[in-house]
Design a binder for this molecule. Structure first.
Ligand SMILES: [Zn+2]
Length: 331
């Protein structure tokens, strides 16, 4: 049995074990689709698999992280491991990018055993780009392993999904997330617990927040703004909607923050003893809970979830946010 202890992955042990076994048996699929929420570890996992496939150390030590191949892949510059993704934040992955990739896939690897394109955030691919990739998935050259990531599989063409081996990543347990922050990143106890709860077990987010104080400051500001909006009228809400709609990735991050917020308000308003996520804002959350009540908080939570769902299906962003603004309670 091949060891997987040297894989640079925290959590997702079953996925690593599954890859380790396939590599040891030489029973690789031609395409893998790794799904899961943003910052849960999808890219880290497919990068490690690309390294394991092309590592030049002894099989038991792969991926070693030390050889030329592993290092080039870590830096994203290995000629046989191209990274294909939407060119701008919030943009789409276009058909031209898939066509360019297909030209290179027709050629044998330059220096590695496999050509391993990492096609990231494939949920951002246009329907035409998805359709174009289908051809490669139907008849992949023997030296090609396609690694796709996406937040969800349900927005992708069924024919794409059915030709890939699915690997679904779930958030880590909160205790594990907090433990990693303490042990590997030197985050003190209480702060590690708070970041773990705020991240919802998405380790990538938790680590970024631990290393970048601006992220938490930005969250505080965003929640202050939300509380102002509850007191504001329709015009102020629509103005804010317009600002939010301009930056879709930031908007999606905001919606996941609002989900934790309204869940906390609903819990407090209904007198539940389930621990809240935004524990450092307990006082203002209690105030809002007292004003709006459990029913309105529950409806706000539903509205936020519904909006996130619409946006995942690429509906008109501004319209979706304006509808959400009308669904938020007043106080
Ligand atoms: Zn290596």
């Amino acid at each position: 049995m091949q060891s997987t202890a040297n894989w640079p992955i925290i959590g997702h042990e079953w996925a690593v074990a599954q890859f380790g076994k396939s590599l040891a048996n030489g029973r690789l699929r031609h395409a893998y689709l790794v799904t899961g929420p943003a910052s849960v570890g999808k890219t880290t996992l497919v990068r490690a698999l690309a390294q394991a496939l092309n590592c030049t150390s002894a099989p038991a030590a792969r991926p070693c992280g030390e050889c030329r191949s592993c290092k080039l892949i870590a830096r994203g510059v290995h000629p046989d491991v191209p990274i294909i993704e939407a060119e701008e934040a919030g943009g789409r992955l276009k058909i031209e990018q898939i066509r360019d990739l297909q030209t290179t896939l027709a050629l044998r690897p330059v220096e590695a055993r496999y050509r391993v394109p990492m096609i990231l955030r494939f949920h951002e691919a246009t329907p035409a780009a998805q359709d174009a990739l289908l051809k490669t998935l139907e008849e992949p050259p023997s030296y090609v392993v396609l690694l796709l990531t996406a937040e969800r599989a349900d927005g992708l063409l069924e024919t794409i999904v059915s030709r890939c081996q699915p690997v679904t990543l779930r958030p880590l347990a909160l205790e594990q997330t907090a433990g990693v922050l303490r042990a590997h990143f030197g985050v003190p106890g209480d702060r590690a617990d708070l970041l773990a709860r705020l991240s919802g077990g998405r380790l990538g987010w938790a680590v970024r927040a631990a290393q970048d104080p601006d992220m938490l400051a930005g969250r505080d500001e965003a929640l202050d703004r939300l509380e102002e909006l509850l007191r504001a009228g329709r015009i102020a809400r629509f103005q804010y909607a317009e600002t939010l709609a301009k930056d879709k990735p930031a908007l999606l991050e905001m919606l996941s923050l609002w989900q934790t917020y309204w869940r906390d308000v609903a819990l407090l308003a209904s007198g539940s003893r389930v621990p809240i996520v935004n524990a450092d804002r307990a006082e203002s959350l209690r105030r809002v809970a007292g004003r709006v009540g459990a029913d309105a908080a529950g409806r706000a939570l539903e509205a936020v979830c519904r909006t996130a769902d619409y946006l995942a299906r690429n509906v008109n962003t501004r319209l979706a946010v304006e509808v959400l603004m009308l669904d938020l309670p007043g106080m």
